[in-house]
Design a protein around this ligand. Structure first.
Ligand SMILES: Cc1ncc(COP(=O)(O)O)c(C=O)c1O
Length: 385
């Protein structure tokens, strides 16, 4: 048996998604910019996909721009909004637990003369609204805060954050990285009063290399790539048609019955959490099993067990997990997220992220739990010698 429990890193593409990707490659291969029938039919289907994404987040079709993924969406939103608002001020706010596609973008902007405040998080992984309020200044132009953290699943209170920002100054732009929350948490961009939002296809059973960016109508964004007029000039380049079709289908599959989808993944997390909580000694949860955390992510430390040793032991049994985020795990060093939460070195060193999707079954989870029990006790025994 195999148990792929690394769905926050990426997900398996659903068969329905593969079907539409294939159509885009074999039948509907025209360039959407072409004036003939082969192009026009593709353009029409891209419009459909845009509509599906817009509806899923409560935005308008014209507010959705297709990109090459979450990283590019974050870059266009942050750099593009800063470039367009530079004359109003140059103070920016983000958090210490962002994904590298956000953190490194802010670090880049610092080299260009921007002042950036990186908000702290508490030991549960949440920012302080008071610190945010105290940090907002006359020259603040942009706040970018992740919705769901990719390592622990903590959900920042984006509605309260948005209300606070807009109460202080309506002109301050608010962008969220919703790459881990899209599909798994219900939200509406208009209700929250967002100016920008990033999503990625491969976290929701869509293809890799496709994403979308929501930009509220009227918000100015300077493109970071120069080219033709595709995506209203915000993201020039011939469209990734197979990716766009695939993303549209992946979104449709979840949002046809999002409540059920959330129920499915929550019950998997609940099962896994309860078993670990009741059956295994020396387990510390770095995520919680409640509404303040994503329904699909569980970060756990197994005392006395180095995460990399456990990860590779489990891999040998066909159980795939992560020791922190996939994007940073190849780099040596501690997780910046768990460090910002103030966890002890030993806890960080033994942290494993389990992340579920509706392609997992209870049987797979039970298989994984059996192997976890086996290897955790074995590693602990060896370490004691
Ligand atoms: C929170 C978060 N933001 C951004 C990204 C980057 O998305 P992509 O892989 O589509 O570039 C990821 C991917 O791991 C993520 O988890």
């Amino acid at each position: 048996m195999e148990a792929y429990l690394d769905n926050a890193a990426t997900t398996k593409v659903k068969p329905e998604v593969m079907d539409v990707v294939k159509i885009a490659m074999t039948e509907m291969y025209g360039n959407p910019s072409s004036l003939h029938r082969k192009g026009v039919e593709v353009e029409k289907s891209i419009k459909e996909a845009r509509k599906i994404v817009a509806k899923a987040i409560g935005g308008k079709d014209q507010e959705i721009y297709f990109t090459s993924g979450g990283t590019e969406s974050n870059n266009i939103a942050i750099r593009g909004m800063v470039e367009a608002t530079r004359r109003r001020g140059n103070h920016l706010i983000t958090t210490k637990i962002e994904h590298p596609s956000v953190l490194n973008t802010f670090q880049y902007l610092e080299t260009k003369g921007c002042k950036v405040t990186y908000l702290d998080v508490d030991k549960r992984g949440f920012i302080s609204l008071q610190q945010l309020e105290d940090t907002i200044a006359e020259d603040t132009v942009l706040v970018s805060i992740m919705h769901v953290n990719n390592e622990t699943g903590s959900i920042q209170p984006i509605k309260e954050i948005s209300q606070l920002i807009k109460r202080r100054n309506k002109e301050i732009l608010f962008h969220i990285d919703a790459i881990q929350s899209f599909g798994k948490i219900q939200f509406n961009v208009e209700e929250i009063q967002l100016d920008g939002l990033s999503i990625s296809g491969h976290k929701i059973h869509g293809p890799k290399g496709i994403g979308a960016l929501y930009i509220k109508k009227g918000v100015k964004v300077k493109p970071i790539v120069t080219g033709g007029g595709h995506e209203l000039g915000i993201r020039p380049g011939t469209e990734n048609v197979p990716g766009i079709f695939g993303l549209g289908e992946a979104v449709k599959l979840i949002f046809t019955d999002q409540n059920q989808y959330i129920k499915n993944i929550s019950s998997l997390k609940n099962h896994f959490y309860s078993w670990l909580d009741n059956q295994l000694e020396g387990v510390t949860f770095n995520s919680e099993n409640n509404d303040s955390f994503a329904p699909n992510i569980l970060n756990v430390s197994f005392s006395g067990v180095k995460s990399e040793v456990l990860l590779h032991s489990l891999e040998g049994e066909g159980v795939f997990v992560s020791s922190g985020s996939a994007c940073s795990s190849k780099k040596r060093g501690y997780s910046h997220v768990l460090t910002a939460m103030g966890l002890k070195d030993e806890q960080i060193d033994s942290a494993i992220r389990f992340s579920f999707s509706d392609t997992n079954t209870i049987e797979q989870l039970n298989y994984a739990l059996e192997k976890i029990e086996k290897h955790v006790s074995y590693i602990r025994k060896i370490m004691k010698r």
